[in-house]
Design a protein around this ligand. Structure first.
Ligand code: PLP
Length: 397
């Protein structure tokens, strides 16, 4: 049975070209890039050149604004703690209700440490309440942290507009953007966006797990999260992970080359999957269908049934997708993102995130569209909500 992998927002496969550029640094070129002998030159130049590639990938003004980290979570933690440590007199911070846990849980920790926090809400399409954001920013606001694209729904937030709102209310407030789900899917231009800090993670765009980037513009000062040697201009200690740094740079090059494909062909396949499901399965609903989404993601609710059951049936056929639920202390909590969007309780437990990549084939989408109605029928037949389902069928015909 061939694997059909439609969970690319969880992680992606390493591109063969990426693996190829990494291998020499595990074998012949294992030098520490900080060493001064000739043997270390290649490793040193690879880190330097990779920084240049990532500068271009994000359209940063200068290589010095690029820090290599171990993951998206580290980038977010470094940005948020780093900015707050430099601005100890300010005690107010803002984020949204739909952030990834690497931001949301950190903000909750900061709240316990005495920060006043505002969590901005979203509407039923997952779009941010910009008026609430504007109202929340005040003279004491040290930092705003808002993601570029949501990992569960794919909704893209208007970062450029948000930057303008922030700076018009308080020029000193710093703006961090978690762009982990945007990198490789839509172009990122940190200068046009007007952001102060921005984080990405390699494993979401065909580099391996264990490498990330933090962009920090030259006007923004941060303290390091990891204290030690002088690496990354003193902002992130630890010997540079040369093979992974080479890998994320190659993945960024490939992403720039395939951006057009991503925006057209990957989107076409995503739209085909989405409309095929909605057309053929009466108890399905798109949780947000706005056009301003990354091209690879859709989130679809199946009413009156459990998402975990759907995933298990899909898994039996080699199909990987994901539900928004996080298993906490033995109980299945519905996704905080879908809850913030007020997705009806009839659909929230049966919501599935499908995320494609440039490796997704049309035949795979066709296969999912062929087998999914049978799976949903089987599960629906066992639902305790037969009267409600019959009503829904009558309504939707
Ligand atoms: N931010 C977003 C939006 C994500 O989707 C993820 C991972 O799922 C992260 C941050 C964390 O990235 P990492 O797994 O590299 O720590």
């Amino acid at each position: 049975m061939d694997l059909i992998y439609l969970d690319n927002n969880a992680t992606t496969k390493v591109a063969p070209e990426v693996l190829e550029v990494m291998l020499p640094y595990f074998k012949e070129e294992y030098a520490n890039p900080s060493s001064i002998y000739e043997f270390a030159k290649k490793a040193n130049h690879t880190v330097r050149d990779s920084r240049g590639v990532i500068k271009d990938f994000l359209n940063a003004a200068n290589e010095k604004e690029i820090l290599f980290t171990s993951c998206g979570s580290e980038s977010a933690n470094t940005a948020i703690r780093g900015v707050l440590n430099m601005n100890k007199n300010k005690r107010h911070i803002i984020t949204t209700k739909v952030e990834h846990p690497c931001v949301l849980n950190l903000y909750q920790t900061l709240e316990k440490e005495g920060y006043k926090v505002d969590y901005i809400g979203v509407n039923s399409n997952g779009e941010l309440d910009l008026a609430q954001l504007e109202e929340a920013i005040n003279y004491d606001t040290a930092l705003v942290s808002i993601m570029y694209a949501n990992n569960e729904t794919g909704v893209i937030y208007p970062i450029e507009k948000i930057s303008e709102i922030i700076k018009s209310k308080n020029k000193e407030t710093k703006f961090f953007v978690d762009a982990v789900q945007a990198a490789g899917k839509i172009p990122i231009d940190v200068q046009a966006l007007g952001v102060d800090l921005l984080g990405i993670s390699g494993h979401k765009f065909h580099a391996p797990k264990g490498v990330g980037v933090l962009y920090v513009n030259s006007k923004t000062l941060i303290t390091p999260l990891i204290i030690g040697g002088h690496q990354e201009r003193g902002k992130r200690a630890g010997t540079e992970n040369v093979p992974y740094i080479a890998g994320i740079a190659k993945a960024a090059e490939l992403a720039m080359d395939s951006m057009n494909y991503e925006l057209t062909e990957v989107k076409r396949l995503r739209d085909k999957l989405e409309s095929g499901i909605i057309k053929n399965i009466f108890n399905s609903r798109i949780n947000t269908s706005i056009s301003n989404r990354v091209p690879n993601t859709t989130n679809i609710g199946f009413e009156y049934i459990e998402g975990e059951l759907i995933l298990l049936h899909l898994s039996d056929l080699g199909i990987c997708a994901s539900s928004g639920s996080a298993c906490t202390s033995g109980s299945l909590e519905p996704s905080h993102v879908l809850r913030a969007m007020n997705v009806p309780f009839t659909a929230i437990h049966g919501s599935i995130r499908w995320s494609l990549s440039r490796y997704t084939k049309e035949s795979e989408i066709d296969y999912v569209l062929k087998v999914l109605p049978g799976i949903i029928d089987k599960i629906t037949a066992l639902s305790p909500y037969q009267d409600e389902l019959a009503n829904l069928k009558r309504l939707r015909g």
